[in-house]
Design a protein around this ligand. Structure first.
Ligand code: ADP
Ligand code: MG
Length: 473
């Protein structure tokens, strides 16, 4: 029997704010346990939540970046459950009136074709605290620093079909959120976490099967393994005439298996109701437009600029966009010199290694000079690499460095011809083989000539001379 998988993802991402969603406690990771906790986070009687405007702005930016429709009215609801890391006994979330809905994220399917994954909604909610089980044998500890940290939950439609597609979706979403400066999406610190919903059905069928939800997976690798395991588990069950039960499962990264945690709760179990302490969140069109038109340009718009206006390949563009600092460096460079392809090439191969290091001091003006000397053929690519390595950490003047490092490209045809003659004489066997038509020996001679010129020969001219000499077109 042939099965196909249906996958929908719920992603929780922490927003990059100074303070929490409803209190003035700091939103910092890695602080002394329970040092960032206020009466609001504890839900003490009489303590009232106040919405953090910055968190709302970031959630709007995330929604704009994923082409969602922003709802000018949304409401906060209480989602009730008991857990020691949730002192109020309820989590403030959004339920039937979320901040945003109907977005899209485009990924590539296995054939490299664009595939649209629909986003059902994006809503805001507060994070819970954290239980720590491995400090004591006798007790579990609770750290409430995370309680009340702002989150957005991004819920996809069940449009994904394979573990690889799920990973592509998550990577794309993560890049989009990092790019919009909405979240650090640091998976180790738990600020980008995924719940994966998986069901299977006979190939070609349109009705959805019964799903299992795997909670809180925090690495791309585990998402892939968990989904693959789950597809296999459910396929076996159905092949054996058994049924998949709707339940919440956990992934064990040691055994690479998922196991049942609890039967699936229904929405009504949470007794959602509008939080009477919080007024509906009303957004003016001016506020939304201001964010839309701010210096911020969404990932998708940038991708179009890079691929259509600058004619960069999609892969190269995505590398630039995977790192905010990198794409900014690229954009700034283009303000000085309009050489998108050349700039992109050096940025995604060399600058990328340095850009996030403290030692990186290269200024775009100097990088633009660097591109200029390359373009003018003053230095070749080999020397370029050497030079760039140096200016990344020194920002020294290019022209001076070319002199002091003696990197000036040798383009004199007469001199290169002389060197080539010499090299051919010294290697008569290879010369004969090239005469006999073994074209790959061009690179052998190129290497020899480069060695003679201490890496400074102009490769284009060298190849032209050799080809002419041997009548190769
Ligand atoms: P809940 O909070 O109960 O998990 P949500 O509506 O928040 O419900 O999220 C449901 C998620 O599960 C969505 O990402 C949706 O696309 C996905 N989903 C729903 N039904 C199925 C199904 N039969 N198979 C796979 N995924 C599903
Ligand atoms: Mg869920």
């Amino acid at each position: 029997m042939e099965f196909e998988a249906v996958i929908g993802l719920e992603v929780h991402s922490q927003l990059k704010t100074k303070t929490k969603l409803f209190s003035s406690s700091n939103n910092d990771f890695g602080e002394e346990p329970n040092s960032n906790v206020s009466v609001v986070d504890l839900g003490l009687p009489g303590a009232l939540p106040v919405i953090n405007d910055k968190a709302v702005d970031l959630a709007i930016l995330a929604s704009l970046s994923t082409d969602c429709k922003i709802n000018t009215k949304s409401t906060f609801a209480r989602k009730h459950y008991f857990y020691p890391d949730l002192p109020k006994g309820y989590q403030i979330s959004q339920y039937d009136e979320p901040l945003a809905s109907n977005g899209t994220i485009i990924i590539q399917d296995i054939n490299g074709k664009d595939k649209i994954v629909r986003i059902n909604r994006i809503h805001m909610e507060e994070d819970a605290g954290k239980l720590i089980h491995d400090i004591s044998d006798k007790f579990s500890m609770v750290d409430l620093n995370r309680a009340g940290v702002p989150l957005i939950e991004i819920v996809s439609e069940p449009d994904l079909s394979t573990a690889d597609e799920a990973v592509s979706y998550l990577k794309k979403l993560r890049n989009i959120l990092i790019y919009a400066d909405v979240s650090d999406c640091n998976m180790e610190e738990g600020n980008f976490r995924c719940d994966a919903n998986i069901s299977i059905r006979r190939a070609g069928e349109t009705e959805l099967g019964i799903r299992a939800e795997i909670k809180n997976i925090n690495s791309f690798k585990f998402v892939k393994k968990a989904i693959e395991y789950e597809i296999l588990r459910q396929s076996k069950l159905i092949s054996n005439g058994e049924k998949v039960v709707q339940e919440t499962r956990l992934f064990n990264s040691n055994s690479n298996k998922t196991f049942s945690m609890r039967t699936k709760e229904e929405a009504h179990d949470y007794r959602y109701f509008p939080d009477p302490d919080l007024k509906p969140l009303i957004l003016t069109c001016e506020r939304i437009d201001l964010l839309r038109n701010s210096s911020f340009q969404s990932y998708n718009k940038k991708l179009t600029t890079y691929t259509v206006d600058y004619k960069l390949s999609k892969d190269d563009s995505e590398i630039l966009l995977s790192n905010k600092a990198l794409s900014k460096f690229f954009d700034d460079t283009l303000l000085v010199i309009k050489e998108p392809k050349l700039a992109c090439k050096w940025i995604i191969t060399e600058i990328i290694k340095h850009i996030n290091l403290d030692s990186f001091v290269l200024e775009v003006e100097n990088f633009a000079n660097f591109l200029l000397v390359l373009k003018d053929g003053k230095i070749n690519n080999n020397s370029g690499k050497e030079l760039l390595e140096k200016i990344c950490t020194s920002n020294d003047d290019i022209e001076l460095l070319i002199d002091s490092m003696d990197l000036k490209q040798e383009s004199s045809e007469d001199l290169l011809k002389e060197i080539i003659e010499q090299v051919l004489q010294n290697n008569p066997d290879e010369k004969q083989r090239l005469l006999d038509g073994e074209v790959k020996l061009i690179s052998f001679f190129m290497g020899k000539v480069m060695k003679e010129t201490k890496g400074k020969g102009n490769p284009g001219i060298i190849i032209a001379i050799i080809k002419k000499e041997f009548n190769i077109s």
